[in-house]
Design a protein around this ligand. Structure first.
Ligand SMILES: C[S@@+](CC[C@H](N)C(=O)[O-])C[C@H]1O[C@@H](n2cnc3c(N)ncnc32)[C@H](O)[C@@H]1O
Length: 279
């Protein structure tokens, strides 16, 4: 990692503060702006970073409102911006936030609890066509039609309340012979509903557009994505940036080395793309 002493960093997805802890140690007199839409994660990050020397501003905000949110602080231009996309393990497995089919809990999936739309809302109120569409678009689910029909059929008798109920509806809708080899049959459905609930792809587009505006000369935007839908958006966005102003530093995305991927299974699908603003 290059020297960060005195720099200004925006961690737009601070989560529980793993990356920010590393930044904070190296920033010295610099500034860290730590943003997340998940208040629970932000509180953990605050505790983790409380002894840092650098100046830190915590923002409970969606990065789709990155520009207006950073106006709350003294720093308006950054030397580095990090967007580490998707869900955290806090949301997925370490809490009862209703994201995971590994546990049976109330269906929720909101990263930001202030928003009214939950996963329960999606599966119980969206019509069949909308459910099918989002499973196809956000989950690339080959059995979208059958799963959407099964959801509608189930909810005629009973509201879908829990992750366990949804998982079993999906498992019954997908023929056993067609269950994917490396993932659970309900993985794509859960991903799709999570993306819909949190409006993830639209927020990403808006966040990227604002992030490049907040970069100072020689400032870098680093984006870590975990599935092809996100990575495609990042790649296309970088390509569309004015080549006289922005340089793509990663012609191909950087992926974790085998050792790192085996230590941290979630990083297996990670792709890092970096863009730099000209001097
Ligand atoms: C992979 S985790 C980040 C982990 C973090 N880099 C760390 O080292 O602990 C992704 C985080 O991004 C947050 N997030 C996702 N989309 C967001 C958005 N549109 N605006 C703000 N935060 C978002 C999630 O709430 C989650 O905490």
């Amino acid at each position: 990692m290059e020297p960060l002493e005195g720099k200004r960093i925006l961690d737009a997805t601070v989560g529980t503060g793993g990356h920010s802890e590393v930044f904070a140690k190296k920033l010295g007199t610099g500034t860290l702006v730590a943003m997340d839409q998940d208040l629970e994660a932000l509180e953990i990050a605050k505790t983790r970073l409380k002894n840092s020397v650098c100046q830190i501003l915590f923002l409970h905000s969606n990065f789709s409102r990155m520009k207006e949110s950073v106006q709350a602080g003294d720093v308006q231009k950054f030397d580095g911006i990090l967007m580490d996309l998707g869900v955290s393990s806090l949301q997925l497995t370490d809490s009862d936030r209703g994201f995971s089919f590994q546990k049976d809990e109330e269906l929720d999936m909101r990263m930001d609890k202030r928003q009214p739309l939950t996963a329960k809302g999606v599966v119980n109120t969206y019509n069949e066509q909308s459910i099918r569409g989002l499973l196809q678009e956000y989950g690339e689910e080959p059995f979208a039609k059958r799963i959407a029909a099964a959801i509608i059929h189930y909810r005629r008798k009973k509201k879908i309340e829990t992750t366990g109920e949804l998982a079993s509806i999906v498992k019954q809708a997908v023929p056993r012979k067609a269950w994917p080899k490396h993932i659970q049959p309900e993985t794509r459905t859960f991903q799709a509903i999570r993306i819909a609930v949190n409006n993830e792809l639209e927020s990403l587009k808006q966040g990227l557009a604002q992030a490049v505006e907040l970069l100072d000369a020689r400032g870098k935007l680093l984006v870590l994505s975990y599935h092809s839908l996100e990575d495609r958006i990042v790649k296309q966005f970088f390509k569309k940036c004015d080549p006289f102003v922005f340089k793509i530093l990663t012609k191909k995305p950087l992926v974790p080395e085998r050792a790192e991927a085996s230590q941290n299974p979630r990083s297996r699908s990670a792709k890092l793309r970096v863009l730099e603003r000209a001097a």
